[in-house]
Design a protein around this ligand. Structure first.
Ligand code: ADP
Ligand code: MG
Ligand code: ZN
Length: 609
C-alpha cells in the first residue's frame, strides 16, 4: 500500500465538514490500552472536493457509538478498524449485513487493490451505501451486543415505557409464552431526525442483553435487481439463528414507500421486491421465537399500509422532540462525562434550547467542551455553552425550525386562543394539551383535543363552536398584537370548509333550508367536481352565507378572548415558560374561563347579538 499523506485536523473542523456534507468516508480506529485508550479518525472528503484525507481524534467526551450515530445521520460511510475489530474480522464478517461495505473499505485502503479479482459481481460495484454498525462489544461468539441502556436515553419517557414491555419479553419470554400472549413482531419508531430512535432501539437490546443487528433500509436497495430481497432473507436467517435478538431497520421509508405510487415507470421494481420480501419474512416468523423487529422512520405517512397491518409493524411508538424538562434530562445525560464549572446552569440551557432534538443537545455539549478546551479552561463555563448554542442554532436555522422570541410569543397566544375558545364552546372536544415545542416546518404549536366519545352526529351549535375554536388562534393574535400572522392558514382553511359544509351539505342555513348543494362523494373515488349544477346567483348566496358565518364565529372568538384577557395572558406566560400545558394544571386554568352573554345567543340563533 502506498503511503498517503493525511493532514491533522481539529475535531471541530471535522464536525463542520460533516455538517457541510463534505465528508465521503470515515475510518475509526481505537488505539492504546484499556486505560489510555483513544479513538483516531481518518476521514476523506468527497472526490468532488479533491478527496483529501485528514486525521483527527475523537474527544474523550464522545463515545464511538455517538460518533457512529452522528455519521449515520449524515449518511456517511464508516468502518471500524479497531485492533480488536480487525482481529475478529472473521466473526465480524458474519455479522455484516452487506459484505460490500467491507470490500469497499479495503478497496479504498489499497487504492488500486484488485477489485477485479473478487468473484462476487454484486460486491464489485463499489457502489454500496452500506454502513458497518460496529458494536461496542464483539464477544468471542461473534454476537453483537450494545452497552447502551435506557439510562442513556432521556426525555422520551412515553416511548421508553412502551419499549419496556419488549425488553421484558426478551428477558423472560417464557412468562409470556406460558400465558399464550403473542408479542408484537414489529415496533415502528416514528419521529423527527435526531430524537433518539436509533439510540432507543440499541437501548432495548442493551437492556435485554441480546444481540443487536442493525441495517439501514437504503443498504438493501442496490443496483442489481434481486440483491435487496436476498439481503433481507439473509438478515432474517441470521436473526433467527441468534434469537433472542433485535433486528433494527433504520430509515424504513427507503424501502417501505407505498407500492405502485405515481412513478411513471411503474415503480421501482427493486425496491418493491425488497419490500415484498420483508413482508414475506415478517409473516413467516413467529414473534414468540424471540426475534423482535424494530424500525425507524421520520416519514410514517409515506409507508406502505401493508407494513402497518396486524402482525407486522402493528405497534407505533412516537419519539418526539423533547419539551423543556425533557431537554434538561438529555443535557444531564450528555454532561455526565464532561467537566462542567459551577456556573453552568442546565436549567437555563434547557430553556434556551427550544426546538433542539436530543442529537442537537449532544452536539451542543460537545461543542461547548471543544470551545472550553480551545480556551484552555479546566472546565466548561457558561460562556462556552452560550457560544456553542449560537453555533448550533446557526446550523439549525438552515433547517428553519428555531423560532425567534417574537414568533414564539405569537405562537403561544395563538394556541391559548384555540384552547380558551374551545373550552367554552359546545362541540369542541376537551382540550387536553397545549404545546409550543416546535415541530419542524409548518406546525409551530398545537392544541390537542381529545373527544369524549366518538361522535357521529354534530348539532348546529356544535358546528358553530368548532368553527369559532378554529378561529380562536387568529383571534388571539388580533386581540393581543393587533395584527395577524400567516400562522393561521390551516385553521382558516378548515373553518371555511366546515362553514361551507354546514350550508351546502348539512342544510343548516335558514335561507336555503335542507337542500344539499354538494353531491356526497364516494369514499374511494375522487372524481372531480362535487357541487351540483347551480345558478350563479345561488353560488353567490352560498359564498355570502359562508362569509357571514365565518365572520360571526370570528367575532365570537374575539369577544371570548377580550372577556378573558387576563386568563389569556397568564396562560400564555405559563406556556412561554414551560412550553407544554396539560393535565390538572390546564384544567384548572380553563375552568376559570367565562362565557360572554352574546355568545350564548349566537350559539342558539346563529346571529351575533
Ligand atoms: P434518530 O435515530 O432519532 O435520528 P439518534 O438515536 O441517531 O437519533 O440520535 C443521535 C445521537 O443524539 C444519539 O447517539 C445521542 O447521543 C443523542 N440523542 C438523541 N436523542 C437523545 C435522547 N432522547 N437522549 C439522549 N441522547 C439523545
Ligand atoms: Mg437514527
Ligand atoms: Zn391554529
Amino acid at each position: 500500500m502506498k503511503t498517503q499523506t493525511s493532514s491533522q485536523s481539529a475535531y471541530s473542523t471535522f464536525l463542520n465538514d460533516l455538517n457541510d456534507q463534505k465528508v465521503q468516508q470515515v475510518f475509526i480506529k481505537r488505539v492504546g490500552g484499556v486505560s489510555s485508550q483513544e479513538t483516531r479518525l481518518e476521514y476523506r472528503l468527497k472526490m468532488a472536493l479533491g478527496g483529501k484525507r485528514y486525521f483527527t481524534q475523537l474527544p474523550k467526551t464522545q463515545t464511538v457509538d455517538e460518533l457512529e450515530a452522528l455519521l449515520s445521520r449524515h449518511q456517511v460511510q464508516f468502518t471500524d478498524l479497531s485492533d480488536n475489530a480487525a482481529n475478529t474480522a472473521a466473526s465480524l464478517v458474519g455479522l455484516l449485513l452487506s459484505t460490500g461495505a467491507l470490500v469497499g473499505a479495503f478497496a479504498w485502503l489499497s487504492k488500486n487493490g484488485g477489485m477485479s479479482s473478487l468473484n462476487n459481481p454484486m460486491d464489485s460495484t463499489g457502489k454500496t451505501k452500506a454502513r458497518v454498525y460496529n458494536n461496542t462489544n464483539t464477544s468471542s461468539k461473534g454476537k453483537a451486543k450494545t452497552t447502551i441502556t435506557f439510562a442513556d436515553v432521556a426525555g422520551v419517557d412515553e416511548a421508553k415505557q412502551e419499549l419496556k414491555e419488549v425488553v421484558d419479553f426478551l428477558k423472560d419470554g417464557d412468562k409470556y409464552r406460558k400465558i399464550g400472549a403473542k408479542m408484537p413482531k414489529g415496533v415502528l419508531l416514528v419521529g423527527p431526525p435526531g430524537t433518539g430512535k436509533t439510540l432507543l432501539a440499541k437501548a432495548v437490546a442493551g437492556e435485554a442483553n441480546v444481540p443487536f443487528l442493525s441495517v439501514a433500509a437504503s443498504e438493501f436497495v442496490e443496483m442489481y435487481v434481486g440483491v435487496g430481497a436476498s439481503r433481507v432473507r439473509d438478515l432474517f436467517n441470521k436473526a433467527k439463528k441468534q434469537a433472542p435478538c433485535i433486528v433494527f431497520i433504520d430509515e424504513l421509508d427507503a424501502i417501505g414507500k407505498s407500492r405502485g405510487g405515481n412513478n411513471p415507470n411503474g415503480g421501482n421494481d427493486e425496491r418493491e421486491q425488497t419490500l415484498n420480501q420483508l413482508l414475506t419474512e415478517m409473516d413467516g416468523f413467529d414473534g414468540n421465537a424471540g426475534v423482535i423487529l424494530i424500525a425507524a422512520t421520520n416519514r410514517p405517512e409515506i409507508l406502505d399500509p401493508a407494513l402497518k397491518r396486524a402482525g407486522r409493524f402493528d405497534r407505533q411508538v412516537l419519539v418526539d422532540r423533547p419539551d423543556k424538562s425533557g431537554r434538561l434530562e438529555i443535557l444531564k445525560v450528555h454532561s455526565r462525562h464532561v467537566l462542567m464549572s459551577e456556573d453552568v446552569d442546565l436549567e437555563v440551557l434547557a430553556a434556551y434550547t427550544s426546538g433542539f432534538a436530543g442529537a442537537d443537545l449532544a452536539n451542543l455539549i460537545n461543542e461547548a467542551a471543544l470551545l472550553a478546551a480551545r480556551n484552555n479552561r479546566q472546565a466548561v463555563m457558561m460562556a462556552d455553552v452560550k457560544e456553542a448554542i449560537e453555533r448550533v442554532v446557526a446550523g439549525l436555522e438552515k433547517r428553519s425550525r428555531i423560532l425567534t422570541p417574537q414568533e414564539r410569543k405569537i405562537v403561544a397566544y395563538h394556541e391559548v386562543g384555540h384552547a380558551l375558545v374551545g373550552a367554552l364552546m359546545p362541540g369542541s372536544n376537551q382540550v387536553s394539551k397545549i404545546s409550543i415545542v416546535p415541530r419542524g416546518k409548518g406546525a409551530l404549536g398545537y392544541t390537542m383535543q381529545t373527544p369524549e366519545a366518538d361522535r357521529f352526529l354534530m348539532l348546529e351549535d356544535e358546528l358553530r363552536g368548532q368553527i369559532a375554536t378554529l378561529l380562536g388562534g387568529r383571534a388571539a393574535e388580533e386581540v393581543v398584537f393587533s395584527k395577524v400572522s400567516t400562522g393561521a392558514s390551516d385553521d382558516i382553511q378548515k373553518a371555511t370548509d366546515l362553514a361551507e359544509k354546514a350550508i351546502t351539505q348539512y342544510g343548516m342555513s335558514l335561507d336555503f333550508g335542507p337542500i344539499a348543494f354538494e353531491k356526497t362523494q364516494s369514499q374511494f373515488l375522487d372524481n372531480g367536481s362535487t357541487r351540483r349544477a347551480m345558478g350563479g346567483e345561488v353560488a353567490g348566496k352560498i359564498d355570502e352565507l359562508v362569509k357571514q358565518s365565518i365572520h360571526q364565529a370570528y367575532d365570537t372568538a374575539v369577544a371570548i378572548l377580550n372577556l378573558n384577557r387576563d386568563l389569556l395572558e397568564r396562560m400564555a406566560q405559563v406556556l412561554l415558560d414551560e412550553e407544554v400545558l396539560e393535565g390538572d394544571r390546564l384544567k384548572e386554568l380553563l375552568a376559570q374561563a367565562q362565557m360572554p352573554v352574546n355568545t350564548q345567543i349566537w350559539l342558539a340563533t346563529g346571529q351575533v347579538a
